[in-house]
Design a protein around this ligand. Sequence first.
Ligand code: DHE
Length: 689
Amino acid sequence: MRPWKHIVIGAMLGLAVLIGCARQAETPPATTAPAPQEAPVSATTAPAGDLALAAFKKGGCGACHIIPGVPNARGTIGPDLTNIALGAAQTMQSSAYTGKATTVDAYLREAILEPDVFIAPDCNGSPCQKGVMPPSLGQGLSEEELAAVITYLKNPPGETEAVISEEPAAAPADTAPTLSDEEFAWAKLVYFERCAGCHGTLRKGATGPALTPDRTMALGTVGLSTIIYNGTSRGMPDWGKQGFFTQEQIDVLARFLQREPPAPPELPMERMKASWNVYVAPDQRPATPQTKRNWQNYFVVTLRDAGQVAVIDGDTYEVVSKVDSGYAVHITRMSATGRYAYVIGRDGKLAMIDLWTETPTKVAEVQVCYDARSVEVSKYNGPEGDFTDKLAVVGCYWPPHFVILDGQTLEPIHIVSTRGYTVDTMEYHPEPRVASIVASDFKPEWIINVKEIGQIWLVNYADPKAPQIKMLQAARFLHDGGWDATHRYFLVAANQSNKVAVVDAQEGRMVALVDTPKIPHPGRGANWVDPEFGPVWSSGHLGDPAIVSIGADPEGHPDYAWKAVRVTPLPGAGSLFIKTHPNSKWIWIDMTLNSDPVLARTICVIAKENPTEPHRCWEASTYGRAVHFEYNAAGTEVWVSIWGDTSKPGETGEIVVYDDATLTEKARIPNLVTPTGKFNVYNTVHDIY
Ligand code: DHE
């Protein structure tokens, strides 16, 4: 049975009402003169009418707007309504205003009943968009409710009296909406596949907010549905608008989110070993490369929704092989020699591909998590031993642990739990997930980032069955990061803390926590030499239209070291990846998760010699989203993925190859299924970015 057959009429009507609340007028400055013919509007307190509060709740308006005094009205899809009435007069007088209102009352009424008449320019840092709401808002609100809402917005309570609660009142569990067994099973699977990555398997929140019933019950089915349908400017995908879920499916998910999260299972060693397969034993593998191709210039490309990776020849652009790997494949890392590619799927399946055979094939496979994002290898070769191609490590989201494996066979060797106490409040966290992992050149050590507790673990793997771990205290929600140009310092985004943490891998200590714009998301970052500040490492941001550059040369430029020395503006937020190469004069950046479809497929380059603004921005395709860059081994070409839609033949996705010197298009590798990350063998081995 398909759960979306269950249409809940009431919720659908409510959804229309709420979407109606999603677009209103801009949030203007609070200095405007009052509108003519009316009582002055003030920001001081007025009694919060019960009817208005009930109407806001009924419409689920708080899911899209910040509304002072309304519990949990912290939505960021629509404009902040705190000062909407105060600025109405100025807005009505501006040449940009396209509505007909001449009084504040009429302005608010119009914004609620005819939201597309005037589209606010600013929805919490991103441009507001037309068509998010149908013009049928009034159908859901009575005339009395509408009047109460207008009165309320003209005199919202002051900040001190706002009852926006950090700890919303928990609704009794038995009042949570119900689901049939089939709906529950469907929603559980979909949540795990699509939502757990950002909100956590136990829904404790990370990149996305917590979705525990104490919070979700306050938003209600309608409020949650609206967010799932429209997405948010802070990076939540607009699943409904994209056509990914129907409104009926969204309703099922919204009801599921108001119930207690189901406990996922653990994964003991015995079960990992049962999943372990060696298809070609190490002594059966070739001793020298069998292929005549330039395998060090292969790109291993994630074909996300095909559950495969494509191995593409970087010299000829031919797809040499497609290898089945885990579900919704995430990233690939190479062994220290580059001979093996280790591919991790979101289902925790690790596949090992031998790149020396004529056709690259899978030689071993194992499942060590139910949910995973990261994999790395041992790279150290020095006085403490030669660990080249000896070990691999997988970082899991669920269960919260990392697993050390034999690098030749993928036999699991040791499991280390990451459950522990948060860095700031020292609260026990049951689900601290493993985010990025990098391998040190200085010691037999991995740097493992434990997201929710905000600790960076230096894991010495010299004795993999008894790893020594030093826990550095950083900041919560550690996510992605990379090395500086010398590979001595590792920089990682603590994304929801708006910080980048810097670790000295040689001395094994924290160096700095650098403040950044909103939600830094560097991928592995970009190392280049700024004309004013010397060597820097840069990151894009999900929450702000900006690139931050952090001084990364403590010896040559000590005054700038580990400070945010430059912010380069971009046309939009939603950046996922930034990339450069030592041979290039450009820095490339995407805006993949921008809610504007044009910006989502637009890429920009910044000239290293003039980094104050983008040199050029252009659309890399006519459909989909442009995501992730990778250079060829020589650093002369840049590959960009067009992340398409599996269900649209001709638009499933492709890779665009640019000549780096001239920024002209050289080739397209068409008809790939949702290509995302691309990992050039040489650049991945040598951490060139
Ligand atoms: Fe990623 C890196 C986690 C969504 C493509 N992603 C990473 C890393 C982490 C991570 C922890 C760092 C790995 C490392 O270096 O060891 N990614 C997550 C999520 O939790 C998140 C936000 C939500 C989810 O449900 O998974 C998420 N990631 C995505 C995507 O939607 C992307 C764009 C496409 C996809 O895979 O579905 C995506 N993530 C990537 C890529 C990298 C990555 C391409 C590696 C970048 C690099 O150059 O190294």
